[in-house]
Design a protein around this ligand. Structure first.
Ligand code: GDP
Length: 601
């Protein structure tokens, strides 16, 4: 049986013509990783056409073969050392590469940065350095190429090394090695060059072999973002399978687990493979389902973790580096959709700490991040999310931002942020600050209208009689000569905005509208009634906050486990009779002194 050899993904970056293709071609050739006769065939063809041979031609020829499916073994270019196989990651352009790395389409574990000894450090060389820093790639070798063109002069090499090291230090990056090479001639590629006896640091291949691989995913704490929840289809079988792909770590039957951010705990009862026999253990990379000791209510997006291991952070604020690709700039205060693992939530750009132009590395303070710029940002989500810092666990520390249905940026999480002031609070403060208050005080209105104002949210699951009850309540209060209004569009508002806009952002916007509208109407002294389906505790809290300091009362129809008992003012059974429901709500209004007995109900 063949033993699985270790692999390492390497990206090779450098300014155009500094020798990337040559370095790759040379490594493939010198390590004996090319198909038999390939090099000779390409050289012979060049000779026939009276063209000087280029390693780029060799790579083109290999690519053609791959495209035609001729060489089965070289689906990706790779070369071997005695230690491991190196897979070369294609980096067509730095923007493309960043996009791929951030989205996880490419995973470079090591990088070779090429600088032409003759041309020296270019803007692009700086950009590439920054890119490595941004992506957190630590295994970096800088190759100073075309040393033959500077007579293998140590001074030229040392000068480039000094200048580039200084620059990299500014961005907090320290390469593992600087290697003087002449890729075309094979100097210092896989063995020490006789042309540069002054250099003792090892060949490109030696340096690569010295790079350490990150610990295997199996050794990291367990993380499985929940993708889906399936119910067993058998009659009466109430069990649910929570399914997803294990990003890292291992798990076995009997392990105590916790879902985050909800914090619900359980124990693994069985591990279910699709179309496969059940097993007692599972590990990173497997798509899998679990059943649990006790039935729990879980939604996709949560991350399943092991209680005994280091858990992800749970917070609604975090600091991240992003690379922006959107047509419109990323703007402070604007809401985007954040996708991290299987979680999708609205996220507000709370603070732009600084923006870096990747070309000039000029740091600037501005309230937006333009296309192809890098920003250090504090993000805030409406609900807490579970995440890791990217250097701990990349899979749950990397996210993308969606603007207008398109992936407009990607980022990596640097740290959680814990502070209590939220963007919503600030928005409300700003709104209140700009509000010229009427001379007619809420008390005067209450006396005149014979009641105080309130926003009554009738919440609960779909088809539980919420609208019927809301309308009956409006009628009853109206007949009691109260200033009451049933806002019958809130459900529709939420649903309609889901059609026209991104579902998650649409709902968020609709709820902000509803909250602001409620604030306006309750400020005018009204009792506003509305019914909303499918909102959770955080969304409810947001409505309350937006309506504050005015009163919000929550009536929950039917059981809804997403609300904490304290946040509900009155619980009604599903499809409660209208008159019973109305009586109970009126009692609540009296108790809450919205309807004061003094006002003669
Ligand atoms: P890329 O654009 O970075 O992929 O650069 P290439 O690998 O295509 O190289 C650009 C040019 O530099 C080609 O003409 C190469 O033959 C030449 N070149 C690459 N390495 C060396 C070297 O070590 N010495 C010299 N003299 N030329 C080199």
């Amino acid at each position: 049986m063949e033993i699985q050899r270790e692999q390492m993904n390497v990206v090779i970056v450098g300014h155009v013509d500094h020798g990337k293709s040559t370095l790759v071609g040379r490594l493939l050739a010198d390590t004996g990783s090319l198909p038999d006769g390939k090099l000779e065939a390409v050289k012979a063809q060049c000779k026939r056409n009276a063209k000087p041979f280029e390693y780029a031609f060799l790579l083109d020829a290999l690519k053609d073969e791959q495209a035609q499916g001729i060489t089965i073994d070289t689906a990706r270019s790779f070369f071997k050392s005695s230690k491991r196989d190196y897979i070369i990651i294609d980096a067509p352009g730095h923007i493309e590469f960043l996009k791929n790395m951030i989205s996880g389409a490419a995973r470079a574990e090591a990088a070779i940065l090429l600088i032409d000894a003759h041309e020296g450090i270019k803007e692009n060389s700086k950009r590439h350095g920054y890119m490595m820093r941004f992506l957190g790639i630590k295994n970096i070798a800088v190759c100073v190429n075309k040393m033959d063109l500077v007579n293998y002069d140590q001074k030229v090499f040392e000068q480039i090394k000094t200048d580039y090291t200084k620059f990299l230090k500014e961005i907090d990056l320290e390469p593992k090695s600087f290697i003087p090479i002449a890729a075309f001639h094979g100097d210092n590629m896989i063995s020490s060059s006789l042309n540069m006896p002054w250099y003792k640091g090892g060949s490109v291949l030696d340096v690569l072999d010295r790079f350490e691989k990150a610990p295997s995913k199996d050794l990291l704490p367990f993380r499985m973002p929940v993708q889906d929840i399936y119910k067993f289809t058998e009659e009466g079988d109430e069990r649910r399978i929570v399914a997803g792909k294990i990003e890292c770590g291992t798990i076995k039957v009997g392990d105590s687990v916790v879902f985050l951010p909800s914090g619900k705990k359980n124990r693994i009862k069985s591990i279910e493979y699709f179309n496969g026999p059940t097993r007692t253990e599972a590990s990173a990379g497997q798509s899998i389902g679990f059943t649990y000791d006790t039935e729990i209510y879980i939604r996709p997006g949560e991350i399943l973790c092991k209680v005994a291991e280091k858990l992800p952070h749970v917070s609604n604020k975090f600091r991240a580096n992003i690379f922006w690709m959107g047509k419109q700039p990323l703007i402070k205060g604007k809401t985007y959709k954040l996708k991290i693992a299987t979680q999708q939530v609205p996220v507000i750009v709370a603070e732009i700490i600084h923006v870096l132009n990747a070309a000039e590395l000029a740091s600037s303070q501005k309230p937006h991040v333009d296309r192809h710029e890098v920003g250090e940002i504090i993000f805030e989500t409406l609900k807490p999310i579970a995440f890791d810092v990217v250097t701990d666990i990349a899979e749950t520390g990397r996210f993308v931002l969606v603007d207008n249905y398109e992936i407009a940026g990607g980022g990596i999480i640097l740290s959680p942020v814990f502070d209590s002031d939220s963007s919503l609070n600030q928005q409300i403060k700003k709104r209140d600050y700009g509000w010229e208050r009427s001379q007619i005080t809420p008390q005067l209105r209450a006396q005149k209208y014979q009641h105080k104002s309130a926003f009554i949210v009738v919440a609960g699951k779909i088809d539980t009689g919420k609208q019927r009850i809301s309308k009956a309540l409006e009628e009853a209060l109206f007949n009691l000569e109260k200033n009451v209004y049933f806002l019958g569009i809130s459900n529709r508002l939420v649903l309609a905005s889901q059609d026209s806009k991104d579902k998650i952002l649409g709902k968020y916007d609709a709820l902000v509208h509803l909250g602001e509208l409620a604030h306006l109407m309750t400020d005018a002294g009204l009792i506003l009634i509305t019914s909303v389906t499918d909102i959770d505790q955080y969304e409810l809290d947001m409505l309350k906050k937006l309506n504050s300091p005015n009163r919000t009362l929550v009536v929950c129809v039917g059981e809804d486990t997403r609300f904490t008992p304290e946040s509900i003012d009155l619980a009604l059974v599903e499809n409660e009779e209208s008159d019973v429901a109305v009586r109970k709500i009126v009692d609540l209004l009296v108790k809450a002194v919205v309807l004061d007995p003094e006002y003669e109900i």
